[in-house]
Design a protein around this ligand. Structure first.
Ligand SMILES: NC(=O)C1=CN([C@@H]2O[C@H](COP(=O)(O)OP(=O)(O)OC[C@H]3O[C@@H](n4cnc5c(N)ncnc54)[C@H](OP(=O)(O)O)[C@@H]3O)[C@@H](O)[C@H]2O)C=CC1
Ligand SMILES: O=C(O)CCC(=O)C(=O)O
Length: 436
């Protein structure tokens, strides 16, 4: 059916450059990757505009009273990119540098990610321009509840389902669920990534990092490089995603030789004690105060030049530009972060023979288990953690096999292969629904 659907839309001139006029770097980068896949698919230009343009963008001002009774105002965004395959889905980020362009790009990536992972959702993303470290717990709660007040008309269990992203987690999702339920009645399915004791799913907290682990293991095996054991890894960002990925790598015999966060980077060619580092950070200490034989503290930017088998960006987007790409000393990059590699960096890495497993697959474990949480909420049952992890592993493997197959058969990068897979699925749904 997909082949028929696509045959009908082919046959007109291949895509030309898309209009990037109003876009700054993040959205333009994502659109470049879409263009590259569209060119391979030889799809007509008219689809390009439709695929890159979000369905809806909501920009609001959130005003709260801070703990000193002063008025504080924050910009917040929800971009709903595409819902052809199901309700919009995507996290909410709290970050000082988050802006509409950033959220636009992240929302688009969600559309392709849910399609690659073959879960019945579309793509959206939310963000608040705020440095959460400057807010107290009470202020963060007020801000989150205000966000629900502004977004409640466009989100819902069958409409748009938010989740955690950078600097948000189970606590924020609990406030979100509670506030939304005040307006709309009991609605656990409005948001995923909730605490286990409040309709969250077992396995969701670790899911993105666990998915990254399955992804990298699949890549090494398919590429004939063997297993994780004995290989060296560098992880940029040691939050939810980076720390879980690093833990699973270490648990499976991999050597994590470098990690970084906002405070700086740690380097230990013999392999860091990841569990001890995670406990150290969890206790409120800075990563750079971690003391271990053989571990040295270096400036954060040095993480990119560390020698390793595999580099895992797990922090912000757009960190690997042309200059950084020229310095990297790894064989593989597995994109745990969203949008970490800029197109000019991507080209250099491809030319250097460094293989990149793209974000829209590599970090798809989070939204996949979010889908499982939503299913459990809607059906009012609970899967065990082992069941969730097994379903996640199956999904990660099945998506990988499809990407690898396109990569091998068409001779395109894994990024282009993943976008090709996703675009075909979204277009087929769009066409079957009548392009409305
Ligand atoms: N959470 C999820 O389920 C999913 C997340 N992602 C993506 O994964 C990435 C990480 O998200 P997540 O782990 O949830 O976020 P967290 O907020 O839990 O962690 C982010 C980490 O990145 C670090 N960091 C931030 N800025 C820098 C910097 N300039 N240099 C080095 N490290 C930095 C932070 O350091 P510090 O702690 O010092 O602030 C922290 O360790 C993001 O790109 C996100 O979009 C993708 C799919 C799902
Ligand atoms: O869990 C989700 O629904 C979305 C997570 C997310 O924002 C992402 O995958 O980037």
């Amino acid at each position: 059916m997909l082949a028929t659907a696509l045959r009908k839309v082919r046959g007109t001139p291949a895509v030309a450059a898309i209009a990037t006029r109003a876009l700054s770097s993040h959205a333009r980068d994502t659109n470049t990757y879409i263009q590259q896949a569209l060119a391979e698919l030889k799809l007509p230009e008219r689809f390009e505009k439709m695929l890159v343009t979000p369905r809806r963008e909501l920009c609001v001002q959130l005003t709260i009273l801070n703990d000193r009774d002063e008025v504080q105002t924050f910009e917040a965004y929800r971009v709903q990119h595409d819902n052809a395959r199901g309700p919009y889905k995507g996290g909410i980020r709290y970050h000082a540098e988050c802006d509409l362009d950033d959220v636009r790009s992240l929302a688009s990536l969600m559309t392709w990610k849910t399609a690659v992972m073959d879960i019945p959702f579309g793509g959206a993303k939310g963000g608040v321009t705020v440095d959460p470290s400057t807010l107290s717990e009470m202020e963060k709660e007020r801000l989150t509840r205000k966000l629900v007040h502004s977004f409640r008309g466009v989100v819902g269990p069958h409409t748009d389902i938010p989740a955690p992203d950078m600097n948000t987690g189970a606590k924020e999702m609990a406030w979100f669920f509670d506030e939304y339920s005040k307006y709309m009645g009991f609605s656990p399915g409005v948001v995923t990534g909730k605490p286990i004791d409040l309709h969250g799913s077992l396995g969701r907290e670790a899911a993105t990092g666990r998915g990254v682990f399955f992804a990298l293991r699949n890549l090494l095996e398919a590429d004939g490089a063997g297993g994780v054991e004995g290989k060296s890894f560098v992880v940029q960002g040691f939050g939810n995603v980076g720390s879980w990925a690093a833990r699973l790598i270490a648990e499976n015999g991999g050597k994590v030789v470098g990690v970084s966060d906002v405070d700086g980077a740690l380097h230990n060619p013999g392999g860091l004690d990841v569990e001890a580092l995670a406990e150290h950070i969890q206790s409120g200490s800075s990563s750079v105060d971690f003391k271990e034989n053989g571990t040295v503290v270096v400036p954060g930017q040095e993480i990119f030049g560390m020698e390793c088998d595999m580099f895992i960006p797990a922090a912000l987007g757009a960190v690997i530009d042309a200059e950084i790409a020229g310095k990297m000393q790894c064989k593989y990059i597995v994109e745990a972060a969203n949008g970490p590699t800029r197109p000019e960096g991507d080209e250099i890495l491809n030319n250097r023979g460094i293989k990149i497993l793209p974000d829209i697959y590599a970090n798809g474990g989070g939204v996949t288990v979010s889908y499982m949480e939503w299913v459990q909420n809607m059906q009012e049952f609970k899967w065990s953690e082992a069941e969730v992890n097994q379903k996640l592993e199956d999904k990660m493997t099945s998506a990988f096999e499809q990407i690898w197959d396109i990569h091998q058969k068409k001779g395109v990068t894994m990024r282009t292969a993943a976008f090709m897979l996703a675009i075909e699925k979204v277009l087929a749904s769009r066409q079957l629904r009548g392009f409305c």
